[in-house]
Design a protein around this ligand. Structure first.
Ligand code: NAD
Length: 510
């Protein structure tokens, strides 16, 4: 079944197609339709019909359907990871891990939606004691999901699974580099559930832009900050709300008492896994001067043993998007031109398809390798005099997605001072694999949250209901309100809120 049969069979015409190419050797992996604005509108109209059915199901019924889909994806993991490998170039094992984590999120979202979204009673307060108060989280309708290529399953599923579990239909526009993976998800969903509650439209940026104008009720965008701004502007025309999951420049902070072996290992993996093409990947490291040399020695030794190459056993694949090679090259060149030194890799690290691990030191803080997202297997390491300096330098960046702290005693304290959506202590990017934790950024890394209860609620609107239980002692919301009632209100308010408050005593830690 083609994407067209699968999703937009009512679409008027699809004439243009495009190829997705293997970044390993340039082979054509698949040919896909370039869906036009009319096609996208038709897909959204079909999704709206499906949404009416889906949202009327109970949480249990939706969970059962999602679990069927989950089991189909799980049984076809080898097929899916092969497709991911061919479209992105990432090693099979990495593709498998990515898909496995996405399945775990799907499981969590399906299982927990009722708990976090169902109607619940809340306190109505003293003034409104005669009322019963309820809140519930209702689905929005049709959610448009626009995805990137770097984690073509895990990343969009952070929106798709949570939006579906919350009762929405989803129209998914995968990256033009990974359309086959998008089609796999929609096809397996249709097979599992029988209705196009999840459908896919393929094409370039124009198809994504069309989705913003096609009458969806929310857009969940994951991609670069620059495109995120364009998506937000397009959605603003229709007052369509957006979630923006954008770029990052995540730092690792290493304290004096850190396990340096573990910190170096995590830094290298965080920087070079997926060839460095990870939104929450490690791009900067700030190490306390007392352990700087020791940390660096371990990191360099480990990095020298890692090679990006076209082989079945390679742990680092190619750069998926050819134009990114120029960005990585320019960041390394800028760092070296400004006095930085490459202890591993360097100017020659950037090849035609592969980039070798690169460890840079003495890089000024205003260099591109520190200020901009590199999205390659490179990392800068800087010496700091204190953890306060490490935190200040970490926070002095327009991006604020994730972060990592390696420390024994003060890990939680340091983590609490970092301005970023997520922090992992003594591990790297671990927060992404914990379904109950929200995932998202601050500043140029975007806003809104996927994953966890926040991620479920992101795809809903809060519905408040108040129900009168008995007539109020003080009738306030009537033109028959008496002078006596006004006086009683003042007395009551004075008793409840008129007393001056005292500042709580500060603990020694402040
Ligand atoms: P991108 O911005 O080039 O493209 C993302 C998606 O947007 C693609 O599907 C693309 O076709 C579509 N698009 C392009 N122009 C559009 C427009 N005008 N309107 C609507 N859609 C449009 O990003 P990319 O290169 O695919 O992904 C890499 C970026 O994604 C990196 O910056 C990375 O940090 C970020 N990312 C962020 C997260 C996160 O969770 N914060 C996760 C993964 C990737």
């Amino acid at each position: 079944m083609t994407a067209l049969d699968n999703t937009v069979s009512t679409a008027p015409t699809v004439t243009a197609t495009f190829d997705s190419l293997s970044p390993i050797n340039g082979d054509v992996v698949g040919t896909h339709p370039v869906h036009s604005a009319e096609d996208v509108e038709a897909a959204v109209a079909r999704a709206r019909e499906a949404a009416a059915w889906w949202s009327a199901l109970s949480f249990d019924e939706r969970a059962a359907h999602l679990n069927t889909w989950k089991s189909v994806i799980t049984r076809r993991l080898p097929q899916l990871s092969e497709l991911m490998h061919r479209e992105t170039g990432k090693p099979h094992g990495d593709a498998m891990l990515e898909a496995a984590l996405a399945i775990d999120h799907l499981n969590w979202a399906a299982g927990k939606a009722e708990k976090h979204l169902k109607r619940r009673r809340v306190s109505s307060g003293l003034l409104m004691v005669n009322q019963a108060a309820y809140v519930e989280y209702r689905p929005l309708g049709v959610v448009g999901v626009i995805g990137p290529w770097n984690y073509p399953v895990f990343t969009p599923m952070g929106s798709i699974a949570y939006a579906l579990a919350a009762g929405n239909a989803v129209v998914f526009k995968p990256s033009e580099y990974t359309p086959g993976v998008g089609e796999f998800l929609a096809r397996t969903f249709l097979e599992s559930v029988g209705r196009p509650v999840l459908s896919v439209v393929t094409g370039y940026g124009e198809t994504g832009a069309a989705l913003c104008h096609a009458g969806v009720d929310k857009v969940a965008f994951t991609g670069s900050t620059a495109t995120g701004k364009r998506v937000m502007a397009a959605c603003a025309e229709h007052l369509v709300p957006v979630v923006i999951e954008a770029g990052g420049k995540d730092a690792v902070i290493v304290d004096t008492d850190a396990d340096l072996e573990a910190a170096a290992d995590a830094t290298l993996w965080g920087a070079c896994a997926n060839a460095g093409q990870t939104c929450a990947g490690v791009e900067r490291v700030y190490v306390h001067e007392k352990v700087y040399d020791d940390f660096l020695a371990v990191l360099v030794a480990k990095a020298k043993g890692l090679k990006a190459e076209d082989s079945a056993t390679s742990q680092i694949g190619p750069i998926t998007m050819p134009k990114q090679l120029d960005v990585i090259r320019s960041h390394i060149a800028d760092a070296l031109a400004r006095g930085g030194r490459a202890l591993v890799g360097g100017a020659d690290a950037v090849g035609e398809r592969y980039v070798q691990p690169t460890v840079l030191v003495d890089v000024p803080e205003d260099s591109l390798a520190i200020t901009e997202e590199t999205f390659g297997p490179t990392v800068t390491v800087a010496k700091v005099a204190s953890m306060q300096e490490a935190v200040e330098r970490t926070n002095n960046n327009k991006y604020a997605l994730g972060s990592t702290v390696f420390a024994k005693k003060n890990g939680m304290d340091i983590a609490g001072q970092i301005r970023s959506g997520m922090t992992s202590i003594n591990g790297v990017i671990t927060f992404a694999g914990i379904p109950s934790l929200p995932f998202g950024g601050v500043g140029d890394s975007g806003f809104g949250r996927i994953h966890g209860p926040d991620g479920l609620r992101e795809f809903t609107y809060a519905k408040a209901i108040s129900r009168q239980r008995f007539k109020p002692a003080l009738a306030l919301t009537t033109f028959d309100r008496t002078e006596k009632a006004d006086k009683q209100l003042v007395t009551m308010m004075t008793m409840m809120h008129g007393r001056a408050s005292t500042l709580p005593k500060r603990s020694k830690k402040g």
